[in-house]
Design a protein around this ligand. Sequence first.
Ligand SMILES: [Zn+2]
Length: 292
Amino acid sequence: MKFTKGHTVIIASVSIVLIIGIIVTFYACRPEAQSRRTLAVSIQPQRFLLEQIAGKYYDVVSLLQDGANPEQYEPSMNNVMALEQCDAYFMVGHIGFEAAILNRVTVSRPDLKVCDTSAGINLINTPHGTAAGDPHVWASVRNARIMAQNMLAALVELDSKHESYYRRQCLALLKHLDELDNDITMRLDSCGNKAFVVWHPALSYFARDYGLTQIAIEDASGKVSQQRLRQVIDQAREQRAKVFFYQKEFDKRAVEAANQEIGSQLVEFSPMAYDWYDEMLKISQAIRNNSR
Ligand SMILES: [Zn+2]
């Protein structure tokens, strides 16, 4: 069959109508997608906190996903675009990639509002990779309290119209955090054994909050020498550490070998997971259950 010029015009018109139809249907199904403004955070636990305060008015996007390693992270083009399009960026504060990505984005978005969610947190001064202090501030209920208040202050500046709403939401969140903190405190107070092992030292602030001893296999620069491994295993045995926290991203065989020598119980945890509340509970429960 040969197309005349008239046929081609008709087919082209039908195609255009179809395409427009598809586009209209697509957006009609997701009316929110185009109108919602976004806030960016670095990691999922921050998304968990910020959504509870601002989720009614903003979508919150996390630059890193659950299993990502923030210390060796290279920002992607998608990350840069997410920051270029958001209304404000809530950084953790002391993770190496954050300064790098901000340098790139402030060229195209010099007006971007940036909130350092760790402002006011009493940093543990262990140098860690490129960071001056221990960057894992979010793995602490008490630090999360400060982070939530920093988030609130930034939101009130950004969108003062909804100030009273944000304040109410933040208060409710703080109440929840206080309950969680009390719950964990009670759980761990009566704990006979306060030492635990972790492959990567992600729980320094958690340990500080509850008077626990974190024994980390990796040193602060992320290295494990044979000599260090020996020392750490000896220390863990001496202090009768009964729980060994590991992240599934790490080499399971090395974890199992060290765990066997220590005689502890392996517990998987995800310090970067969205379910931050459950992770905090799980860590405290594991320490408590294995301390008897
Ligand atoms: Zn780390």
